[in-house]
Design a protein around this ligand. Structure first.
Ligand code: PEP
Ligand code: MG
Length: 586
């Protein structure tokens, strides 16, 4: 929709609450746009010198990745990067690019693109599989070289002069982890869903975000004005004065609400009739733990350790991990911290591991599956977690468990790590509690069997919804089918709570549902347990909890369990919320 002021309103999916307005920064992390311009003969030497510099820079980057991979995963896995370095040293290729610059009079980016494309086309049509694969090496290398030539790398926010609204076709968790968050006012992407990991990270750091804005990034340039409304899922290009005024008023009101919620955040968490509620936080850094504690959380319910791997863009050593875990555990002081073992895969890809692209990454080589096949990586992590356990109250948890066998093998690895530490006389909490995520339909079905192996469950609704409903959590084409209100989801959670109570194991809900105030009453009514949510959501959850009684929550759950349609459940929870917090909404 375009107004006379050239304002354009686009509708997407609200992903992280908040409103921000500022200049656009187009984040290029995929294919770099290859510009073409003339270069005078006198300037051709400088152009070739730029190419040589980019070759050196790229070689250094790849050598570093190669060494990390060799150290952490072994020489076989590192071999692919040797092939990449050989490409960068290939005299024929370099000479071809230099001669293209001399003869065509075009800029080096364009010449590099043309030459590598010729090679890629040639290799790509060969019969020999090994040689055909060289085409994909070349593609990777030329993308990195072009990135270095135009200065558009993944960590491209470092050079920004001031904070900007980041606009991108797509945003991966490793992109998000590498961003300087002080430079990001808001995020607007063409693709993605509410529970993609990039969005979860944005929500934890309180950055407003809208996703699924199909085609937006292609229509904007750096410096354009953009307003992001993460409450409603709206992006406004070139907002008019009256829009800014309206949003200014909305902003003032939101600020008042925020102040009110924060004032009450220090009150003890309970329902209106005094039932105690345990709120934990999903936190990935000591800073987030401090923030969450100021909102009155009673511990860290989910520490996604892969965030450290993604930030460093490599597999950190045992010592490095230990230091990171220790910082978080110490910042929580005596409060419990549930450290989840590595959940790489799905949309959380570590470039430096250089893994094959998967057809169905969310159903693929992910989380505990990866760890059990890479025992060195897993044992390093388990020892680091155990060592950190002496500094506070640590629990360890395994993600993506789909069967008892996996859980037993993971626990065997934990026992091996304990034995290794004992042999080296390194102390740890020998009574450390062990839990598993319940986030696959099979885990729900056999949770009674899993219960005999663990001290606690943690329900990961982000994955559970996608697997129960067979709806990819990051695909915005089918985002309308990703329905956390589906009766299958609510029944599954009920089963897990019932079994947990019967088998006397703890239970937490740590997916994004736990941070959605609309769900709060029915989650509390499911039974004794705790909720772990992004820290910015805690004040509102606590505020709402004080406005209904447990009796009302149980009644509401009973009604919801009889409903057949997600839309009806959604509306019922919304109405219940709005009636109770009408003073806040009006
Ligand atoms: C979940 O699946 O709900 C969860 C908490 O894990 P993640 O979002 O990291 O997959
Ligand atoms: Mg999960």
């Amino acid at each position: 929709m375009t107004s006379p002021s050239n304002e354009t309103i686009l509708y997407g999916i609200p992903a992280s609450p908040g409103v921000s307005h500022g200049q656009v920064f187009r984040f290029l992390h995929r294919d770099v746009e290859v510009l073409r311009y003339d270069v005078q003969e006198d300037d051709q030497d400088a152009e070739i010198a730029r190419f040589e510099e980019a070759l050196l820079e790229t070689k250094e980057q790849i050598s570093k990745i190669r060494d990390d991979v060799a150290r952490n995963l072994g020489e076989d896995e590192a071999a692919i990067f040797d092939a990449h370095i050989l490409v960068l040293e290939d005299k024929a290729l370099i000479d071809d690019v230099v001669s293209e610059v001399r003869t065509s009079g075009d800029n080096v980016e364009q010449c590099l693109h043309r030459v590598t494309q010729r090679y890629i086309d040639y290799f790509g049509q060969l019969e020999d599989e090994y040689l055909r694969e060289r085409a994909s090496d070349l593609k990777d290398i030329s993308r990195r070289l072009l990135g270095n030539l135009v200065g558009a790398t993944a960590a491209g926010t470092a050079f920004l002069e001031g904070p900007r609204i980041l606009v991108s076709e797509d945003l991966s968790p490793s992109d998000t982890a590498s961003l300087d968050r002080s430079k990001i006012l808001g995020i607007a992407t063409d693709t993605g869903g509410r529970t993609s990991h990039a969005v979860i990270m944005a929500r934890s750091s309180g950055v407003p975000a809208v996703v699924g804005l199909r085609g937006l990034s292609g229509t904007l340039n750096d410096g354009d004005a953009l307003l992001v409304d993460g409450f409603e899922g709206i992006a406004i290009v070139n907002p008019s004065e009256s829009t800014l005024f309206r949003y200014g008023k909305v902003g003032l009101r939101r600020k008042k609400i925020k102040d009110l919620l924060e004032e009450e955040a220090s009150l003890p968490p309970s329902t209106k009739d005094g039932s105690k509620v345990v709120f934990l936080a999903n936190a990935d850094s000591a800073e987030e733990v401090r923030k969450a504690r100021s909102h009155g959380c009673e511990g860290v319910g989910l520490f996604r350790t892969e965030s450290i791997f993604l930030r460093k863009n490599k597999i950190p050593s045992e010592d490095d991990q230990y230091e990171e875990y220790r910082k978080i555990v110490e910042s929580a002081e005596e409060l419990p911290v549930t450290i989840r073992t590595l959940d790489l895969g799905g949309d959380k890809i570590l470039d430096s591991i250089g893994r094959e692209k998967e057809e169905n990454p969310f159903m693929g080589f992910r989380a505990i599956r990866y760890c059990l096949r890479n025992p060195d990586v897993f044992l390093d992590q388990l020892r680091a977690i155990l060592r950190a356990s002496t500094h506070g109250n640590v629990k360890v948890m395994f993600p993506m468990v789909s069967g008892v066998g996996e859980l037993v093998r993971a626990k065997e690895c934990l026992s091996t790590a304990k034995r290794q530490l004992r042999e080296s006389e390194i102390s740890f909490d020998s009574e450390i509690q062990v839990g598993c995520m319940i986030e696959t339909p099979s885990a729900v079905t056999i949770c009674d069997m899993l219960a005999t192996e663990v001290d606690f469950f943690s329900i990961g609704t982000n994955d559970l919804v996608q697997y129960l409903l067979a709806v990819d959590r990051i695909n915005n084409e089918i985002a309308y089918l990703y329905e956390p209100h589906h009766p299958a989801v609510i029944r599954s959670m009920k089963r897990v709570f019932d079994v947990a109570s019967e088998k006397k194991v703890g239970v937490t809900v740590c997916g994004e549902i736990a941070g959605d105030p609309h769900f709060l009453p029915i989650l509390l009514a499911l039974g004794e347990g705790s909720l772990s949510a992004a820290s910015p959501m805690l004040p509102e959850l606590k505020f709402f909890a004080r406005r209904f009684s447990m009796t009302e929550a149980v009644e509401l759950l009973k009604r919801v369990l009889r409903m057949t349609r997600p839309s009806e459940i959604n509306q019922t929870l919304k109405d219940f919320y709005e009636q109770r917090v009408s003073d806040l909404i009006s």
